[in-house]
Design a binder for this molecule. Structure first.
Ligand SMILES: [Zn+2]
Length: 291
């Protein structure tokens, strides 16, 4: 267990530890957290992260990861920038309307970080094979996509399980953000969570989403979006450098009281269609079918 320290005595002079002047303050942060600062920075420098979704959530998460020192970031999003994005997706300006989101995010981050390598894909992910192609060689996968309900999350969850890559899922709503961290063969997965919530009412809710013709607009304003993305990245960072978080929990962060809670605790399900060993014939998997 790491304890915060007000003063760190280093084994080596500071200049020997700092490989990169940009990260001097990060180094002292990790050291004063009782962590091995150079080791943490090396870990972060060497990660490759794939982010599905370059909207309000994915774009800000990409910026934060680049500023933490992650040098390889892969962005996946088929969408172009629309006027309605500009209120909360501050990386985009009116000159970007009609451009691909991944290109605008790459441009915004690249001119601030010369050594970050950003690759992009405008593929619309509709099956597991496509997702596997995007996450190959990745150490972590972020899923920052909203629609349609749970299908993209299920596809990315399955692909990450097959490739044995840990993944993290963010969900936005008006009053709170939610977050799930999945480590294949260690924790339960997205399908385990869905299986634990399975009921006729839950199935009815998903069916009603699918049958409706309206295209839902995420009810979020930028202060909440900034809280959400910072919370997600901090939870992820703690997972990567401290590895001491509770598993099999859907976390919720309430924007009004600024507090995190364990929203749903679930267990790894034996009959999970992704990571279980027994078959599962629930109607749920036909409703949110993935290929
Ligand atoms: Zn599972």
């Amino acid at each position: 267990m790491a304890h915060a320290r007000t003063l760190s005595i280093l084994n080596q002079p500071f200049d020997f530890l700092s490989k990169d002047k940009r990260f001097k303050s990060d180094l002292t942060y990790y050291l004063s957290e009782g962590l091995d600062g150079p080791e943490v920075l090396n870990t972060l420098f060497n990660l490759k992260v794939t982010i599905f979704g370059s909207g309000g959530g994915g774009s800000i998460i990409a910026l934060q990861l680049a500023n933490l020192g992650i040098k390889n970031i892969h962005l996946v999003d088929p969408d172009k920038i629309d006027t309605s994005n500009l209120n909360r997706q501050f990386m985009f300006n009116t000159n970007d309307i009609g451009k691909f989101k991944v290109d605008a995010v790459k441009n915004f981050i690249s001119i601030r970080n010369r050594d970050v390598k950003i690759t992009t894909s405008i593929k619309r992910i509709s099956n597991i094979a496509d997702a596997i192609e995007e996450i190959k060689d990745s150490d972590w996968v972020f899923c920052c996509m909203d629609e349609p309900p749970y299908i993209s999350q299920r596809i990315i969850n399955r692909a990450s399980y097959i490739k044995n890559v840990p993944s993290i899922y963010g969900f936005s709503s008006r009053d709170a953000a939610k977050l799930l961290i999945v480590r294949p063969n260690i924790t339960g997965c997205m399908d385990c969570l869905l299986a634990s919530e399975d009921s006729p009412e839950f199935q009815k809710l998903i069916l009603s989403f699918q049958k409706s013709n309206f295209s839902p607009v995420t009810p979020i304003i930028i202060p909440n979006m900034m809280l959400e993305t910072s919370w997600i990245v901090k939870k992820w960072l703690d997972q990567v450098i401290k590895d001491n978080q509770e598993q099999n929990v859907l976390y919720r962060f309430d924007y009004n009281v600024l507090r995190e809670e364990k929203f749903i605790s679930f267990s790894k399900q034996n009959n999970c269609p992704t990571c279980g060993t027994k078959g599962n014939e629930s109607k749920l998997w036909k409703i949110i079918q993935i290929h």
